[in-house]
Design a protein around this ligand. Structure first.
Ligand code: PA5
Length: 443
């Protein structure tokens, strides 16, 4: 993975990024020493290097049991208990996976909304299908996930029988507490623990991400290897200028301080759409506190050049872009020659589609710089498990350092509770009587 910032620093005073070096070092040291805000949630920091081959084998064994017995697997989870797995699987899957035959079970994500139509349509699809469930919830009490799991458990037991259901339902949750743990222990499900010191949005390299990814047929050992190598590249002892997470954290904070309030993560591959969704949660939930922080947004180019391109080129100049670029595609396709050339495209005949895509990327970058949009660029050689593992750890460490530079606790999410409190009050949840009364008086 390579990070280029030269097309961003031209918008900053000379030496601005380097001026963060001492602060970045202090943030890295605080992470290492566990002296920063949120220090009870630093389990992600050296997580990759702590993953053993035996642990990977245990995850793969469970995935093999599910794969052998299921044609579909419902992954129930929301936020950090869903987006990492979704991002990696979507990035590696064939774009038309739904329409092509597959030996691997279909991975279906649910528990990430409260839509009656979504759940009804899911149940309709699953009727008569051999399916398993991975129930993922750190707290074990998240409403979206719990409603979905209640429905899925019943359907699975009704269709597969109670004994088989026990084999194909797996819980990934807290070691001791929460309804998901209570249920799993009572029913005798296989369980994996989400470590106490790893927050949801930093949990993709725990069973939260690894089990669904393995079930989808992908090489989790390579994913972890990529993250392990990036852990080394982002180590506190790597000099500032060579340390990608340090440079990324410094650059985005320098841009924020100069008035760039929105970071747009850009990709040129539709498969990366959910990597951006994962990244938005990681940075949004980690940094958006105390009435400050960069707003993380995303676009899929060139698609969105035809919708958001105008705004980015010429709207309010409070944005910067971080482009994820993939050096080489996994396939090979060229533009055919056409004797009649009615569409005038023969100047492209023989060229790879990817070459056109890269020229679109370069042309867009130059246009946006001309339009006053600083550009960072992250490139990876190809889209595979190893490089996704690198990206994941790079963004996680960059986020921890960046949040500390900003002066917030990057590892809590107190703001997420506000909607839950109101929802429970409106639904008359036992224990919320006073809140119910108060909220009714506001309506
Ligand atoms: O990052 C986070 O902590 C959140 O997004 C959680 O992952 C999300 O709210 C789901 O929580 P839980 O795993 O407890 O069901």
């Amino acid at each position: 993975m390579k990070l280029e910032i030269n097309k961003a620093v031209q918008f900053l005073a000379a030496g601005k990024v380097e001026s963060y070096e001492a602060e970045v070092k202090a943030a890295q040291q605080a992470l290492e020493d566990g002296t920063c805000a949120g220090n009870d949630f630093l389990g992600w920091l050296h997580l990759p290097s702590s993953i053993t081959p035996a642990f990977i084998a245990e995850i793969n064994d469970t995935a093999n049991t599910l794969k052998a017995n299921c044609d579909a697997i419902v992954v129930a989870g929301i936020g950090g208990s869903y987006l990492g797995a979704k991002a990696v699987i979507a990035a590696l899957d064939d774009n038309f996976t739904w329409l092509k035959p597959s030996n691997a079970p279909r991975i279906l994500f649910a528990g990430n909304n409260i839509s009656e139509d979504y759940l009804t349509e899911l149940i309709e699809y699953l009727k008569g299908v051999k399916f398993g469930v991975i129930n993922i919830s750190k707290s074990g009490t998240t409403t979206e996930t719990a409603i979905t799991f209640r429905l899925m458990k019943k359907l699975c037991e009704d269709q597969m029988g109670k004994d088989m259901a026990k084999k194909v339902i797996v819980a990934i949750t807290d070691a001791k507490k929460g309804a998901a743990r209570t249920c799993a222990d009572k029913e005798g499900y296989k369980t994996f623990v989400i470590p106490d010191n790893v927050g949801g949005r930093f949990s993709v390299l725990t069973p939260v991400g690894l089990l669904p990814i393995a079930c989808a047929g992908y090489d989790i050992a390579q994913l972890v290897k990529g993250a392990q190598d990036m852990e080394k590249q982002c180590d506190i002892n790597v000099p500032f200028a060579e340390n990608p997470c340090a440079v990324y954290a410094a650059t985005r904070n320098a841009l924020y301080a100069s008035g760039k309030k929105i970071e747009i993560l850009v990709n040129y591959q539709p498969k990366l759409h959910f990597v951006s969704e994962w990244w938005k949660q990681l940075y949004g939930e980690s940094e958006g506190k105390d009435k400050k922080a960069i707003f993380p947004a995303s676009v899929d180019f060139s698609t969105d050049l035809h919708s958001m391109g105008q705004w980015i080129q010429d709207g309010e100049r409070t944005i910067f872009e971080t482009v994820i670029s993939i050096d080489k595609p996994n396939s090979s396709l060229t533009v055919p020659a056409d004797d009649e050339n009615l569409d005038g495209l023969n100047f492209l005949a023989g060229k790879h589609i990817d070459e056109v895509n890269h020229k679109a990327e370069l042309g867009t970058q130059l246009a946006h710089i001309d339009g006053g949009v600083p550009n960072l660029r992250i490139s990876i050689p190809k889209l595979d498990e190893y490089n996704l593992g690198q990206l994941i750890y790079f963004f996680e460490k960059g986020c921890g350092v960046s949040g500390l530079l900003l002066g917030v606790n990057p590892f809590n999410q107190p703001g997420v509770e506000a909607y839950k409190k109101n929802m429970f009050a409106l639904l008359d949840k036992p224990g919320y009587e006073a809140e119910s009364k108060a909220i009714q008086s506001r309506l």
